[in-house]
Design a protein around this ligand. Structure first.
Ligand SMILES: *Cc1c(COP(=O)(O)O)cnc(C)c1O
Length: 423
């Protein structure tokens, strides 16, 4: 990490810090931390890069032809028939330059560059011409969390740190375990007893030290922080480690490159609010570097039974935590750790927040599986359920990207809730 190029800046007071592993929250704003509230003083990564104009021009040209191909979609013959898989060499270079880590430190496994594609049958059912799925189930451990784990692991390697600890509802842990295995790092994960078994099995398969927590994710979060303070190493806890938001921004950069510009809407399943914040960061980078000229409409989708960011957007701040109650385990949190950051971005950019019921999420899950061939977690299908709820507000010809965050096989009990099994 080149010192002058990469800094941390407090997302609340703007105070700047050197990017260091033992400085993960703003020393001023974190004094205001109250128990059981979103983290105060989350640091964001600031990156002072100017992209070469030849690269920007190349990316613009590719975006224009990508856009044409996507608009033609399945009606035309030729290259437009194929979904955009991966990135062009210029696109990959573009993303690399917007990362704060020298890419030689990133672990040797293929994270990101997931497909963006149009599901024609589902789109027709919804009466939409421009519906896209950003399929992050295609990441190595089956969820978008790999983007954050990837960057955290890269940062740890750059600093010569070989132990990482994380608390998780399931996916962040299994992701850190898998990405850490590829990089040869020592990983400890804290999982609530309620985590779907598949995510626990993943963690064990990848060889992580698994510490089950009799209690909620929120308790696991606090215990893991105490553990890493005691045992050293780096914490990958979401929102707390600045590289988590930064890593997740690559999903936005890829959407831009594969869609061929800025879509009208992006729907983002939201629990702790870190994916949402990462998506904002990514599009902000695109505008800042001059690659894009506007932000998309970004819509957070929460489970009705775990909707503290929606509530805060309505009331202006975070009130007492409400015990979460939803089958969408990946977006089930009592206290959204990245809540302040996410709320700040939603307010600044006029984003929306939508609640969906478990029934709506499970119905959307089935719709996505049977209508598009994409079997996602209920938490991810919530993005489609959110579009369903918000449908009338969105013009028919608007372009909509649903961010599909996790593979359905990670929680087959959840998926089975609405199913009838043949005898
Ligand atoms: C973590 C996760 C989310 C929510 O991300 P937050 O950053 O907690 O808002 C959504 N879907 C899946 C599959 C996840 O693993």
């Amino acid at each position: 990490m080149e010192e002058e190029k990469v800094k941390f800046r407090c997302s609340e007071c703007g105070k700047e810090y050197k990017a260091e592993a033992d400085r993960m929250l703003c020393s001023e704003c974190s004094k205001d931390q109250r128990e059981n509230r979103p983290l105060r003083g989350i640091l964001e990564v600031t990156l002072d890069v100017e992209l070469p104009s030849s690269l920007l021009e190349q990316v613009r040209r590719e975006c224009a032809s990508r856009r044409e191909a996507n608009e033609g979609g399945l009606q035309t013959s030729g290259g437009a028939r194929l979904p955009a898989r991966g990135l062009s060499p210029a696109g990959a270079e573009f993303v690399r330059r917007l990362l704060p880590i020298d890419s030689s430190f990133l672990p040797p496994l293929p994270v990101g560059e997931t497909p963006l594609w149009k599901p024609p049958r589902l789109a027709e059912k919804l009466g939409r011409r421009e519906l896209y799925l950003k399929d992050d189930t295609a990441n190595p451990t089956g969820s978008l969390k790999d983007r954050a784990s990837f960057l955290v692991a890269g940062w740890a390697r750059e600093l010569g740190i070989d132990r990482i600890t994380v608390a998780s509802t399931g996916n962040a842990a299994s992701s850190m375990a898998g990405v850490g295995a590829a990089a040869g790092l020592d990983i400890t994960i804290f999982l609530p007893a309620t985590a779907p078994r598949a995510k626990l099995v993943q963690g064990l398969q990848y060889g992580a030290r698994v510490i089950p927590v009799e209690g909620t994710y929120d308790e696991a979060f606090d215990r893991s922080l105490a553990y890493s303070r005691e045992h050293g190493g780096m914490s990958r806890n979401t929102a707390y480690n600045p590289m988590t938001i930064e890593g997740k921004k690559t999903a936005a950069l890829e959407i831009f490159l594969q869609f061929g510009g800025v879509p009208d809407y992006v729907f983002v399943p939201t629990g702790d609010g870190v994916i949402l914040s990462g998506i904002y960061r990514g599009f902000e980078d695109l505008v800042r570097t001059g690659a894009a000229d506007r932000m998309p409409g970004i819509v957070a989708v929460q489970a009705e039974g775990s909707a503290s960011i929606c509530r805060a957007l309505e009331t202006g701040d975070f009130s007492d935590p409400v015990s979460s109650d939803t089958c969408c385990d990946s977006i089930s949190v009592n206290v959204p750790r990245g809540g302040c950051f996410a709320l700040g971005r939603l307010s600044k950019h006029g984003g929306g927040c939508i609640r969906v019921s478990d029934d709506q999420a499970l119905q959307a899950q089935m719709e996505l599986s049977s209508g598009a061939g994409l079997f996602a977690e209920p938490s991810s299908a919530a993005a489609l359920a959110g579009l369903r709820v918000f449908e009338k507000e969105i013009p028919e010809d608007a372009s909509v990207v649903l961010l599909i965050t996790g593979n359905g096989l990670k929680d087959i009990d959840g998926a089975s809730k609405k199913m009838e099994f043949p005898i």
